[in-house]
Ligand binder design. Sequence first.
Ligand SMILES: C[S@@+](CC[C@H](N)C(=O)[O-])C[C@H]1O[C@@H](n2cnc3c(N)ncnc32)[C@H](O)[C@@H]1O
Length: 251
Amino acid sequence: MSLYGLPPAELGPTRDHLLAVEAAFTRPGQPSLMCDNLVTLSRIHSFAHDQAFVAALAAAARSEADYHNVWKIHTYCWAARSALALEGDFVECGVFEGLYSAAMTRYLDWGNAPKTLYLYDTFAGLDPAYSSPSERDINQYYALRPEWHGEVVARFAGYANVRVVKGVVPTALDSAPARIAFLHLDMNAAAAETAALDRLFPRIVPGGFVLMDDYGRFEQRELHAALKAWMTEAGYSVLELSTGQGMVVKR
Ligand SMILES: C[S@@+](CC[C@H](N)C(=O)[O-])C[C@H]1O[C@@H](n2cnc3c(N)ncnc32)[C@H](O)[C@@H]1O
């Protein structure tokens, strides 16, 4: 279980209550899932029975914490698989160590996909020109980590159709493809994500997917408001998912 957002003194007792709930459902054989502040009871979790997905996630995960994103990664892999049938390439803005993209490339046998995956990151955390002080404050972790660009390049070296691009979004997007079937935004910064939409949304093909990783996260309300306003102005409403993601399908 991964639980956050409460004062430390509240976390232990709340966790104990949730474990009791989990046990109550498990005893008569009903599934439950409690991770990344997402609690589901009596859901089938079909992705947990998809052997290819389970193997892809296991190969991509580097820590127990990576498994807490299982439902988000399922959504990401679903959108990517659906986008395979469309014209256009895939773009991810905000890669970090490549957890999502490593799971997806393995899940979809990416080496044989007739598409290119573009992975954009500063590999140094949020850029001051495209993030607010409060966003940088809650995402300090990325700035403190020694630069990890080389690790990600090595991770995807086996794929001729993956391009790891080091640079600040939006300026680095000069190398982005002309037609996009799947766009993933995960930079935890409103200015960067809306600037990416300014540049890339017009290039998304009809039926193409935009997946916004932190659209519905309470601690990212600034990002939520900016993305919602951008999409409203563009004439779209965002599907907010219980994972905290937001999704739009281009008309
Ligand atoms: C939440 S992490 C991405 C997680 C990733 N999707 C995964 O699979 O684990 C956010 C990333 O966005 C990057 N980032 C933030 N602002 C950026 C910007 N303006 N341009 C490029 N990368 C940025 C950070 O360096 C960080 O690696």
